[in-house]
Design a protein around this ligand. Structure first.
Ligand code: ATR
Length: 268
């Protein structure tokens, strides 16, 4: 388990991840593996920040010398509001996961991490199926559209799915049929609970990637079903590494050692 600090008792360090809960975070191990590989004497810690205290906590961390902060659930929107600058992709989403404290510049490296990992595995321009309609689905749709995929969305609560699809110019599909997609992205948290989605996999043989945004579930039914059909499967640890590598590159201006970072999160 990662040691967790309360924000008022934050130790001397340069980088942190904030969230609530945060004790499950593998980011400290991942960033320390990168610092070791790069020969850097830096410290990255996990800090708990309750809802509503994000601005105050970020000001405090900046005042005691922190340089950068990653932001996880449920603070990505609150962090966006604290930021003074962001790129247009993060602004479109209204949520950020990476902050440079000195100038309050914010990025959403979840989106770029998705672009990197999906783009490495599947040529863009095909059809993508997104399952779920929460905050993670929003980031997934933006990333897939950046890669020129036609995005189709399905959600348990149809009204929520339809309104998200309309907001981003995606197509809403009521049925859980996996036929005819090049990539399927599960943004629901069902995998963590070992719960199966009601997917009909008939006709999904042409799919090149099944990607679950969650990680840590020992038996993820979505990925197990995909693997059984010969579809290449990835879980959220690939995204964790990609977004962390991109954050490190933004903060330090050095190429991030992705292989060492990946080894550290898989061991954690
Ligand atoms: P996040 O910010 O991680 O996206 P969220 O906003 O809570 O989390 O969204 C969770 C998504 O998972 C929702 O689309 C939710 O469906 P509903 O809109 O119907 O609530 C979906 N989800 C959660 N549990 C699910 C389940 N057992 N079966 C199907 N979808 C589920």
């Amino acid at each position: 388990m990662t040691p967790v600090f309360e924000w008022r008792e934050a130790p001397r360090a340069q980088y942190a991840v904030i969230g609530d809960p945060i004790s499950h975070s593998r980011s400290p191990q991942m960033h320390h593996a990168a610092y070791a590989a790069l020969g850097l004497d830096l410290r990255y810690v996990a800090i708990r920040v309750p809802v509503g205290e994000v601005s105050e906590a970020l000001e405090h961390l900046r005042s005691i010398g922190y340089q950068g902060v990653n932001v996880t659930v449920p603070h990505k929107e609150e962090a966006f509001r604290w930021a003074r600058w962001s790129d247009s992709t993060a602004a479109r989403l209204g949520a950020v996961n990476t902050l440079r404290l000195e100038d309050r510049y914010a990025l959403n490296t979840d989106i770029y991490g998705l672009i990197e990992t999906v783009g490495d595995a599947v040529p863009g321009g095909g059809r993508a199926w997104v399952l779920g309609a929460g905050g993670t689905a929003r980031a997934a749709i933006l990333a897939l559209q950046e890669l020129d995929f036609e995005v189709v969305l399905t959600n348990r609560t149809a009204a929520k799915g339809e309104s998200l699809a309309a907001e981003f110019g995606a197509v809403y599909q009521l049925a859980w049929t996996a036929s005819g997609f090049d990539v399927i992205l599960n943004t629901t948290s069902t995998g963590l609970a070992g719960e199966a989605l009601p997917i009909d996999w008939t006709g999904a043989e042409g799919c090149q990637l099944a990607y679950d945004m969650a990680y840590g579930g020992p038996n993820n039914p979505f990925l197990a079903e995909a693997t059984k059909r010969g579809i290449s499967a990835r879980d959220g640890l690939d995204l964790l590494v990609a977004q962390g590598a991109l954050a490190l590159e933004f903060w330090l201006g050095q190429h991030a050692p992705r292989a060492q970072m990946a080894a550290a999160v898989r061991e954690a």
